[in-house]
Design a protein around this ligand. Structure first.
Ligand SMILES: Nc1nc(=O)c2c([nH]1)NC[C@@H]1CN(c3ccc(C(=O)N[C@@H](CCC(=O)O)C(=O)O)cc3)C=[N+]21
Length: 285
């Protein structure tokens, strides 16, 4: 027996078709979702992501603009740009690509984004809304993980979920979403004793630590769903996840590949958030 491979690209494409149809309806009402992406500096990986985001917008009929700022941009100038974008009616979502150069304080930047336009779901008020269970813009990667599970027929309700990793952008929020879906959630991390044994109790394993191929076959209960959030660039230039895919494939019930798993869903959820923000801004849906 071998795991069912969760095809993030095809699930992503199906959701994008749904977004496209909804966007076409909005366009008829004269509403066009708009996303502003802000990139500070010239990190090559960020350049690729930003281009992919702009392309996704174009495919869906969104308006988008990319602000490319030099690496030595001052924090004050960046905050001034955000203030301007907060006030622009055609912009429904603002994404400031992370990480930022060292001289800029990430928290100050995230705090400056209007909560209504916080399509990353990183603003403290968005995070609070997520905790409380209020309807808010959900962080993209965690929302994508839940969609992948549901659309593959894996309901988290009543299941044991183990999240490996406790970052603000993935580990903590995905744990909250799984809890909201009625899973019993354990957040494990580098200081958790006997991590393999803890992971092995899970019906759903979420790997989000940033350690290449950490999760091995003996970490996985036979038949468990394994979602790999890791994106690690190997020496040969290829991407690999936090899960040893080849090793785990024969024992898991479901598994996501890297690339082609969670990654494409992150951008799709960003598009979904931008659509949602646009609908709210115009009081529709
Ligand atoms: N404010 C902010 N929001 C983000 O959402 C954000 C960010 N900053 N900084 C960087 C990370 C990373 N990220 C990815 C999105 C898509 C893929 C993706 O589509 N990956 C493809 C492969 C891409 C490739 O081949 O390089 C895949 O996994 O199949 C990966 C990574 C969003 N991020």
């Amino acid at each position: 027996m071998s795991a069912q491979i969760i095809d993030g690209k095809s699930i992503s494409n199906a959701i994008r078709e749904e977004i496209k149809r909804e966007t076409a309806d909005l366009l008829e009402k004269g509403i066009r979702p708009g996303l502003a992406v802000v990139l500070v500096g010239e990190d090559p990986a960020s350049q690729v992501y930003v281009r992919n985001k702009a392309k996704a917008c174009e495919d869906l009929g969104f308006y988008s603009e990319v602000h490319r700022l030099p690496a030595d941009t001052s924090q004050a100038d960046l905050l001034a740009l955000i203030a301007r974008l907060n006030g622009e009616a055609e912009i429904n979502g603002i994404l400031v690509q992370l990480p930022l150069p060292k001289h800029i304080e990430e928290k100050a930047v995230i705090d400056a984004i209007s909560v209504d336009k916080d399509v990353d779901g990183f603003h403290p008020v968005s995070v609070g809304n997520l905790m409380i269970g209020d309807d808010s813009l959900l962080p993209c990667t965690p929302a994508g993980v839940i969609e992948l599970l549901k659309r593959s027929g894996v309901s988290p309700a009543g299941k044991r979920a183990v999240v490996i990793g406790r970052s603000n952008i993935v580990g903590k929020p995905v744990s909250m979403l799984l809890l909201r879906e009625n899973a019993t959630v354990t957040i494990a991390h580098s200081r958790t004793p006997n991590l393999p044994a803890v992971a092995r109790e899970a019906d759903i394993v979420i790997a989000a630590v940033g350690v290449p191929k950490l999760v091995k076959r003996d970490w996985v209960k036979p038949g468990a769903a394994v979602i790999d959030v890791g994106i690690n660039r190997q020496e040969d230039g290829k991407l690999c996840g936090d899960v040893d895919y080849e090793d785990v494939l024969p024992v898991a019930g479901w598994i996501t590949p890297v690339p082609g798993g969670v990654g494409p869903m992150t951008i799709t959820m960003l598009m979904q958030n931008t659509l949602k923000a646009a609908k709210r801004a115009h009081g529709v849906g």
